[in-house]
Design a protein around this ligand. Sequence first.
Ligand SMILES: N[C@@H](Cc1c[nH]c[nH+]1)C(=O)O
Length: 403
Amino acid sequence: MRNKQLLHSMFYPKQYAKKRHVIHKLTNRFTKFGYQQVETPVFEDYDLYNDVQGTVNTADMLKLIDPSGKVLVLRPDATIPIARHYTHLQEKVTSGRLSYVLDIFRSTLEERSRTQAGVELFGERTPEADAELIALAVTSLKELAIPSFKIEIGHATFYKELLREANLNAMQQKQLDQYIQSKNISEIVPFLKDLDLDASLIEKLRKIPMLYGDASLVIDEAENIISTERMREELDYLSKVYQLLKDYQVDSYISINLGLINHMNYYSGIIFQGFAEGLGQPIMMGGRYDYLSRSFYREMPAIGFAFEVNLLVDLLSGVFTEEEIIELHYEASERQRAFQLAEALRTANYTVIVRTAKEDEQLSDSPGIFVNTEKLVYSKQKEQREFKTEQELLDWYLRKDVE
Ligand SMILES: N[C@@H](Cc1c[nH]c[nH+]1)C(=O)O
């Protein structure tokens, strides 16, 4: 674990090697599914977020002022800028797959920033697109060998459809979301009764937090609370996504949770979160956001998700640095030869540190090469070998791991 006392904890070499491994595996997998990597600026206009509907809470953004007095924010989310740029620039493109590894900054985060690795798929509103993303998330976590994880799939508006006629204000909606999210069933009924809602509506809403678990059972149960055409369509859509996930053979990692609530409010359809055993917070979040780009240049359906890279790093056990470091010691007169030899080894993909030889040099466990006037010596623990020329040493070095 990294040192949690510091505001921005440092990744030390072993930990950082793990982070690199996680990023490498994820980006590789994203590429294999056809997602191309992009990067967005760290600093963004505060106004962008003020003008957009369904964005990060502006109070949570980290702001700064540039010399002209303009208010900027540190990138609080990756999805919003990517959607904005993509729908603006790619006027003729109808669909596209993008990926990213970016730090995002919010005052509410434990360390004010975190690294996310995610994907966004633009231009498709089909169960096939949703299933592709969920399958990509599952196979990525499998490839990383994250032990015991689950993806929970919910819906951003399914239960809110029930409430359309109830006209709750923002505070009441927030309170209800909280009760549903925490499955606080005992508080929900009195709360709804106080709001003077219809008894049959209360009965349906009370069931929402229990619509959780095995997908086919939950989908069947959810049939009983459908009260609008839209709910019917969304449930059928969810069911199609689940059928597709069966064909991807990832259904054993999936459960449905119709009380799932994501903290971003741009979602408009399926939402999902990934959980690993023993970790209270999600390792992945995402969902469909078909109307976010309406605030930009043109409306384009979209879906995406992001992994929390640092949480994945903390979940991985094992060591991810196997690289041996060769220490190359040289006598002052042999400096140029030594530098050339070090460079030849680096070109051959070895890691080399060069240093001047000291009289009482202790042999360490890592391999050492000594460049003296008369000879070249390789040593590792008890093994010692002498070479006459650099080429001889190089030839032997390049062969030794193969033989
Ligand atoms: N940007 C979202 C995750 C996401 C990516 N794409 C869609 N949703 C978040 O930070 O929670």
